[in-house]
Ligand binder design. Structure first.
Ligand SMILES: *Cc1c(COP(=O)(O)O)cnc(C)c1O
Length: 465
């Protein structure tokens, strides 16, 4: 399968090239040229499959011609072996016809493990085959960094460097990164904020001449196509668990960069009957404003108790826009040029088409805390703050009560104890057993000045020969 850029100018690439390239040379994002299509009969025939077996069915067509089925199967099996629940993505009922899809059973307790465990093993396989070594560099304000490190920690052909703002990530999040002590993992605590970290990474991607001879940088942020692809699987898995494809289902998705929910959109385009996709945002609500009022304008960043959704602009939204504008790369380029001013508006056609499938919702911290409290009172189920916003969105925006509503639980409550403790007095969400000693484990990280030469020097020195 070929992958093309949303801005229409960069060359089309094969799957392996697309996942190693990251952003396209024209500034766009890679998407598959065509989507695999599954009939209702075919989807129905998958009803008894394990998560891993289903993943093979869904992912296979995307890598056809480049990765043989048996190799893909091995990658998938390795990726999900690190999950501590045999269901991989278990469903828990929270109200009548309302379910929580627990996507936090992976090693770092957030849904990003689904994509990054898979991507780590996939890159390892592809790089070995090509006899190539790469450097992964990324910036994190929390969840992405730990999931990327866990995903790459056992990859022989990858050295990974993750920058986080010094003393500005939570202790759980920092320790999840800094206690991984394999010799290809490097944490940099940068004197600065998250934007400084991100700028450092951007500048390094733009000019990679500081790297040792023969190395290139690979991006593992959500613009990497393989991450989106891996996330399509759990939409099928959840729908099959509640009676799909014979009945349609609805999903509510806590959203930041639009990666997770875009995977749901793709599942629907591939043939899964989805009645509604709800975009649930916190106070950083550019997507909600866009879908509900055609106001796609950049606002100041707000720091909330659901920090993994604290964004000003959603990078993957461009992938949806590409479809909404008839896959016309020139139109997307024009829109993105318009957005450089800080704001853009969608055409009526694009907007009404989006609204057929998508609804949107926004909730601030105060409302979110109330939801954690209410759900705990009614079912003794503890929600993390991101998931709580998704539940609120589902309850406010659902179109049909007879259609099962599946709310994606993107993190384990113990990752964000502050919000939970505000919501339910006397309840402290405990870390799962396998992580209970996190606060006693040895840490390793390098504190560096906000200075590009210092950071790039550190990367160069620590990249293995
Ligand atoms: C990353 C993240 C999100 C947002 O996901 P996107 O794919 O960026 O929309 C939501 N919740 C948690 C806990 C996350 O880590």
């Amino acid at each position: 399968m070929k992958y093309i850029s949303t801005r229409g100018q960069a060359p089309a690439l094969g799957f392996e090239e697309a996942i190693l390239t990251g952003m396209a040379s024209d500034g766009g994002l890679y998407v598959p040229e065509t989507l695999p299509q599954f009939s209702a009969e075919e989807i129905a025939s998958w009803a008894g499959l394990s998560y891993q077996e289903l993943a093979l069915k869904v992912i296979e067509p995307f890598v056809a011609g480049e990765i043989p089925s048996a190799d893909l199967k091995a990658i998938i099996d390795k990726a999900y072996a690190s999950f501590r629940h045999d269901g991989i993505a278990p469903l828990v009922q929270t109200a009548h016809n309302e379910w929580v899809l627990e996507l936090f059973q992976g090693p770092t307790l957030a849904f990003k493990d689904f994509a990054l465990q898979f991507l780590g093993h996939l890159l390892d396989y592809v790089l070995k085959k090509r006899e190539q070594k790469v450097v992964v560099m990324g910036a994190t304000s929390g969840d992405t960094g730990s999931a990327a490190i866990e995903g790459c920690s056992r990859c022989d052909n990858i050295d990974i460097f993750i920058l986080h703002p010094y003393q500005r990530v939570s202790e759980v999040q920092r320790r999840q990164m800094t206690t991984v002590l394999t010799n290809n993992v490097h944490n940099v605590a940068l004197h600065g904020n998250f934007d400084d970290c991100q700028n450092m990474v951007k500048a390094s991607f733009a000019d990679q001449s500081f790297l040792p001879e023969g190395r290139q940088l690979v991006a593992v942020n959500s613009i990497n196509w393989a991450r989106i692809m891996a996330q399509i699987v759990y939409y099928f898995y959840a729908a099959l668990s509640v009676g799909g494809p014979h009945r349609p289902v609805a999903f509510s998705v806590p959203t930041g960069n639009f990666g997770d929910i875009f995977a749901g959109y793709l599942a629907s385009k591939m043939g899964l009957p989805i009645d509604q996709l709800i975009v649930a945002t916190n106070s950083n609500d550019i997507l909600h404003r866009c879908i509900s009022a055609n106001d796609h304008s950049k606002h100041q960043l707000e720091h909330t108790l659901s920090p993994s959704m604290d964004i000003m602009v959603s990078s993957n939204f461009e992938r949806l826009l590409f479809d909404l504008y008839g896959r016309d790369g020139a139109e997307i380029q024009r829109l993105m040029d318009e957005f450089k001013s800080g704001s853009m508006s969608l055409s009526e056609t694009a907007l009404s088409q989006a609204r057929e499938l998508f609804s949107s919702f926004r909730l601030d911290d105060k409302g979110m805390i109330k939801v954690i409290e209410d759900v705990y009172e009614s079912s003794e189920y503890l929600l993390d703050p991101h998931t709580a916003i998704g539940i609120a969105a589902a309850r406010a925006e659902r179109r049909r009560s007879d259609i099962p509503m599946i709310c994606l639980a993107t993190a384990h409550p113990a990752k964000f104890p502050e919000a939970v403790e505000k919501a339910v007095e006397g309840v402290h969400p405990a870390l799962p057993h396998h992580m209970a000693d996190l606060f006693e484990r040895e840490e390793r990280y390098e504190v560096l000045d906000n200075d590009i030469a210092a950071v790039q020097g550190f990367v160069k020195t620590n990249t293995r020969a």
